[in-house]
Ligand binder design. Sequence first.
Ligand SMILES: NC(=O)c1ccc[n+]([C@@H]2O[C@H](COP(=O)([O-])OP(=O)(O)OC[C@H]3O[C@@H](n4cnc5c(N)ncnc54)[C@H](O)[C@@H]3O)[C@@H](O)[C@H]2O)c1
Ligand SMILES: [Fe+2]
Length: 378
Amino acid sequence: MFAFNFHSVASVLVEDGAAERLGTVLKARFGARRPFLVTDAGLVKLGMVETVTDSFLAAGLAFAVYDGVEADPSERVVRAATDAAKAHEADLVVGFGGGSSMDVAKLVAVLLKGQQDLSDIYGVDQIDGGRVPLVQVPTTAGTGSEVTPIAIVTTGETTKMGVVDGVLLADLAVLDATLTAGLPAPITAATGIDAMVHAIEAYTSKIKKNPISDGLARQALLMLGQNIVTACTHGDNMDARRNMLIGAMLAGQAFANAPVAAVHALAYPLGGHFHIPHGLSNALVLPHVMRFNEPAAAAQYGELAALMGLEGTSEAFIAWLDDIADVVGIPRKLRDMGISHNDLPMLAEDAMLQQRLLVNNPREVTLQDARAIYEAAW
Ligand SMILES: NC(=O)c1ccc[n+]([C@@H]2O[C@H](COP(=O)([O-])OP(=O)(O)OC[C@H]3O[C@@H](n4cnc5c(N)ncnc54)[C@H](O)[C@@H]3O)[C@@H](O)[C@H]2O)c1
Ligand SMILES: [Fe+2]
């Protein structure tokens, strides 16, 4: 029997400058009185958080801010943010930042109700109760976390675990492209490639690929692929920034329903062991996973090539992605990232733990295959 489910956030607001009136939006849509903002210290320093808290003040909201989120947030960060939200008696949580801040915000919105501990909710559909209203405001065009039911937590020195539950889908995602105007080129490039990988892996996802995720992935790739170079070289081009932000959101909606696969499975150990940013980790293994996948996915890669106006072959698509990585200045080799050849077997073993993702890959990946892909990427 043919059947599939499609889930996404209830509402998306796309508005340049929306962050300046976020307080009014929260009050009007949710009746919020005590919002809790989850963000990182970098965005405070840039004055971006002040834009939002000014809007809270103007709307007469009693807000509190947690700015201790770090890239690849740890359990300690999630617990500290939750404690602060409880102390504030927050009635709404806002995630403001990249995937790291938005992921923490999701968990805080659930855990602040106090019914479950973080350790109880790892895995799929482990959340029992509800959550307080949740609003996500991305400041990178990358993870699509504003529209995914996923939160990724760093659980040990080198390991990450996921919480996957429909409850984590926000009530509202606010896409304000002005927030991404100052995103430095290297972060624009890495997060933009992450979003493109979401579109590509959703389009080739083995199990849950469906006509809705396909349409979203194709539109996402068009918007991202046509704008990533401009966004990196002319960061103040608002059309490029807006298209990247919408593209990343569409890719998020696609992979939330047709999950990512081996590129992400092989990228995670790079982040875990070597603290390579998520998007960059993806970029480093992308062409090598795609070449490995070709026996099963060449036709789909060819369709995406044709979509981008290229000759409709898998080779043309991989070459186009390679060109983009070169132009936006992405490092290309694991050896350039401080990874030694001796590390490759350990990385491959770690990647094999990501079965949640590997089952979605168009071609089965064995331990030997993972070794060979890292070898090619080294
Ligand atoms: N939930 C999901 O569906 C999902 C999907 C993919 C990745 N992730 C997770 O998301 C995290 C990565 O998120 P990310 O790549 O967005 O990076 P990030 O949130 O870790 O932020 C990276 C850096 O960019 C800075 N930054 C963010 N916006 C900026 C701006 N507008 N101007 C200047 N600097 C800015 C931040 O201060 C931070 O230092 C990882 O933890 C990853 O596991 C989650
Ligand atoms: Fe990703």
